[in-house]
Design a protein around this ligand. Sequence first.
Ligand code: FES
Ligand code: FE2
Length: 335
Amino acid sequence: MNEAASTAQVQLRVADPRPRFPIGWFMVCQSSELERGHLLERTWMGDQIVAFRGESGDAAVLSAFCPHLGANLARGGTVVGDAVRCPFHSLRWDGAGRCVGSEYPGDPDYSVHAVAHHVIERFGFLFAWHHPDGGDPTFDIPELDLDGWTDVTVSTIPIAAHVETIHENGVDAVHFGIVHGFPLSEPRYAAVGASFHSEFHFATPNFLREGPPEITTFFDTDTHGLGYAHSLNTAEAVGLRYRVLLLTTPTTDDTTDFTIATTVQRPTDGDLIAGVPADEVADFMHRGAAGGVHQDIPIWEGLRHVEHPRLVKGDGPIPRFRRWAAQFRPDREAS
Ligand code: FES
Ligand SMILES: [Fe+2]
């Protein structure tokens, strides 16, 4: 083996230090999937969880396994008031994980707690806070005002890739031209607390019926932790504004559920965007966003993480992104 080959192989064999299940807010389901008095089970952050919505309308997320003797609360459990009732021996658990009653004779005081996660609902999605030691949330996800926007179109793709690999893709400047066919112009980046901001623009042929043959779209993206990125995209020449929400939830040791949600701002005068009905544009933008992800997937699923990359000019701020992302590693939290 020559020296160059051996250096490359040693580099690739450095173990991946990134935890599969970082700290942060990670999507559980759409709010509309969880009606009052209902529950559902999800595989989420390496665990089975039960999400339920009590009579008050508040949503809650617990580890699915009852602390008493381990029954899965989602399998045969029921929502009673603002608690979930275990199907095995009837202990009832509220959203904070407290036992709030049972059908045992005398209803014994049961002081054990179920594992409960903080939850928030934002723009039609339920998020739960993941912290392996039960730590409290350290950042928020901002609400979006979607009044005057088309219905949000949602699709979820399970991907055999690390969640950090997926988000790192957003700052990998050169791949936009190579993989997606749209070379970026003037990319700018900033890490601010739990958010990573990026801006760039690129030109594409105009896919609408009116306007110039080529349009420039400006992308303004904020990643909030490693579970959510929001991109507000504007092509002024054709009066197009749309949002792409990228929600990433690690499920098992090997898989991340990637949910793509898109919506288009309706025009204030009529319903046409450069001659095309807003809902048709929305459908097109969703297929475009999902199509872009499908171009990335074989690369994400095939790659082996390179912990010490030898970067090339123009690669984008990959080291800066990785330093930012390290704040969500449980073992780095205090540093
Ligand atoms: S296992 Fe849930 S009440 Fe016994
Ligand atoms: Fe990509």
